[in-house]
Design a protein around this ligand. Structure first.
Ligand code: NAP
Length: 249
């Protein structure tokens, strides 16, 4: 029988209730992992996925957690690590609160930075400690191409995503000698709830900037995350992989 690339691994995914995070949860389960996801809501398909996972001898857990609440998040990740050290952690939870900088409130700034960047620090700090002890682990941060290119109207969001890239590279340097890898993915324009509100006019303009001529799917992000989670990428750390149809090449 073909060996699954994440057979027996324990994976944690923040923001796994829908969109890209849910696609990552499903891809991890399909590759033989047990998965715990953190989100404020449960995935609509949770019961079916959990039953299928249990039938295959795996586990799917939902932990109700607002990742922008650092105290609650710290307690959640401590509890997760206390049950068993994770092999893989994906910091995927993210929000936008767009607006031109002159009109952006401090609340809009903090909400995005807390959810997208500080949460990754809180999760990775505890998870990396447990991974170092076992001399193994893969941490993957979901950044964005706008963390590389910038985007008008998204100073808060692009700062959080650029911050994730700096965090990825710095942490990768800190933990590499102990067998832990840290990488990031930078998706371009992916059809999820997050991009639903984009007007038809803006969508046409965005599509014109994508050499492959279409938006990406959540599954296309998840497959790269599986690669980074698995031993297929064992010599890759501190890397940022753009998954954007060529948009930011
Ligand atoms: P989405 O469909 O809106 O999903 C966002 C996920 O994050 C949900 O599971 C949501 O769960 C969770 N989340 C948000 N705030 C949270 C909080 N305070 N506490 C816990 N969980 C929270 O968005 P998506 O497009 O899949 O985005 C996933 C990641 O990809 C984000 O980091 C986003 O920045 C990044 N990304 C997306 C695109 C794109 O084009 N879609 C492009 C580049 C990067 P609950 O609401 O249940 O809490």
């Amino acid at each position: 029988m073909e060996r699954l690339v994440l057979e027996g691994k324990r994976c944690v995914v923040t923001g796994g209730s829908r969109g890209i995070g849910l696609a990552i949860v499903k891809a991890f389960l399909a590759e033989g992992a047990s998965v715990e996801y953190y989100a404020r809501s449960r995935a609509d398909e949770h019961d079916e996925l959990a039953a299928a996972a249990a039938a295959a001898g795996r586990e799917l857990l939902w932990t109700a957690c607002d990742v922008s609440d650092a105290v609650a998040l710290e307690a959640a990740i401590e509890a997760t690590v206390g049950r068993a050290a994770p092999d893989v952690v994906v910091n995927n939870a993210g929000v936008t609160r767009d607006g031109l900088v002159f009109r952006m409130s401090l609340d809009d700034w903090h909400a995005v930075l807390d959810t997208n960047l500080t949460s990754a620090f809180v999760v990775a700090r505890t998870a990396a400690r447990a991974m170092i002890k076992r001399r193994a682990g893969s941490i993957i941060n979901v950044s964005s191409v706008v963390g590389i290119t910038g985007n008008g109207g998204q100073t808060n969001y692009s700062s959080s995503k650029a911050g994730l890239i700096g965090f990825t590279k710095s942490l990768a340097r800190e933990v590499a000698s102990r067998g832990v890898r840290v990488n990031a993915v930078a998706p371009g324009f992916v059809d999820t709830a997050m991009t639903e509100a984009i007007s038809d006019e803006a969508r046409v303009k965005l599509l014109a900037q994508i050499p492959l001529g279409r938006t990406g799917t959540a599954d296309e992000i998840a497959s790269v995350v599986v690669f980074l989670a698995s031993s297929m990428s064992s010599y890759i750390t501190g890397e940022v992989i753009k998954i954007d149809g060529g948009m930011a090449m």
